[in-house]
Design a protein around this ligand. Structure first.
Ligand SMILES: [Zn+2]
Length: 385
């Protein structure tokens, strides 16, 4: 029997599983699951549950009214009482509408595997499954319960899954998020920016631009001043960014506009900076006499600060070394559900999923040979946690 404690043997075992992993991946990718199409997403959830059924787990299907079902899958150690719980977190929804497969089929070429959602993040779900199967086949002594949570709405902000994720995270000692890693070297994401969206709405007063300009209050002018003010909060060195992404306002060139609006994207790397920006945003005062300024929105995902991932990362790096893999880290500009769990103070390591590139684009792919490597790394983390 292969000895489970040797990470190299774990990797060797999983390398032998690559053909089976690719077969499972094909099934998942070929079952399209856009976040916004409930029937299709439910269908994919049922397929994933069916495939996981053989892994000695308990499966709960949490039906949702408007979204696909979330799957909560539990593996409990056979040795009886467990000493805690670990969470493996991911999503099966994709950003691709049903029918995308026709233009972007599942295919393998030159060591890469292409298809909608293959990288973000169906390969991650496959890797987790084979990590668990390997540990069971090698008779690894688990000390903790493992909960796998596969949700249906991460790509649209996790509205229906957020409570479930947070409730589960609170019970856990560590969380592994199987979102894609970064770049060809598969960097783990040890920090993620917090992400928000805000609207600044300006009400002015309409008037004729030629006959009575003095009676008007130009909402677009006011909005431009507000955008300039908000842009001044940018601080790339600290990881703060403010981006005016959408503007609207005005009717005709000879009318002084009474309404204008901007939608702003907000990012910050530190929780303190996020709070400062929110405070400033909601304290915005009109600059032109008589104008009114309204602000809505703010951060929806708190930054994942590196201090919540540092220890897990060091362990992953050392386990990787024992397998001959070079594991490195990066900071991600985008948020994920890992932001939600780290915000609760639970150690979280993100970007633990597939290695590849092109998420949310027609060229999305993964590198096939990295699937066993990532699965082995996850398995090693699970038994050493
Ligand atoms: Zn994702």
């Amino acid at each position: 029997m292969i000895h489970f404690t040797d990470p190299q043997n774990l990797l060797k075992h999983l390398r032998g599983e690559l053909p089976a992993m690719l077969e499972t991946l094909e099934k998942f990718v070929c079952c399209e699951s856009p976040s916004t199409e409930k029937a299709a997403a439910d269908h994919c959830a049922a397929l994933i549950a069916d495939v996981w059924k053989g892994a000695g787990v308990q499966i709960e299907t949490r039906e949702q009214k408007h979204r696909g079902a979330h799957l909560r899958i539990t593996y409990s150690p056979s040795s009886g009482r467990s000493r805690g719980q670990l969470l493996v977190l991911g999503h099966y929804d994709t950003v691709y509408a049903r029918g995308t497969l026709a233009k972007m089929p599942f295919r393998k070429a030159g060591g890469k595997v292409f298809g909608p959602g293959v990288f973000d993040m169906k390969a991650g779900i496959v890797q987790a499954l084979y990590a668990l199967r390997a540990l069971r086949e090698l008779d690894a002594p688990f000390s903790k319960n493992i909960v796998f949570l596969w949700t249906s709405d991460e790509e649209i902000g996790s509205e229906s899954s957020r409570k479930l994720i947070e409730a589960e995270a609170k019970r856990c000692d560590a969380i592994f998020v199987l979102e894609p890693s970064l770049g060809p070297k598969g960097l783990l994401k040890t920090a993620r920016k917090g992400v928000g969206e805000a609207e600044i709405i300006v009400h002015g007063r309409a008037s004729h631009a030629g006959l009575a300009p003095e009676k008007g209050i130009n909402a677009i002018h006011e909005l431009a001043l507000q955008i300039t003010r908000a842009k001044g909060w940018d601080d790339p060195r600290r990881g703060i960014s403010v981006n005016a992404g959408i503007v609207e306002g005005g009717t005709r060139t000879n009318v002084i506009p009474d309404y204008a609006k901007v939608v702003i994207d907000l990012r910050a790397l530190r929780i303190a900076d996020m709070q400062t920006i929110e405070r400033r945003l909601h304290a915005l005062e009109p600059i032109l006499a008589g104008a009114k300024v309204e602000v809505t929105g703010g951060f929806s995902r708190v930054p994942l600060e590196r201090k919540y991932s540092a220890a897990l990362f060091r362990r992953a790096q050392s386990l990787g070394k024992q397998m001959g893999l070079e594991i490195d880290e990066c900071t991600a500009g985008g948020g994920s559900d890992g932001n939600l769990t780290a915000a609760l103070g639970v150690p979280t390591l993100d970007g633990f999923g597939a290695v590849g590139d092109g998420a949310h684009s027609p060229g999305e792919y993964i590198l096939a040979k990295t699937m066993p490597e990532r699965a082995a790394l996850l398995a090693a983390m699970l038994i050493t946690s």
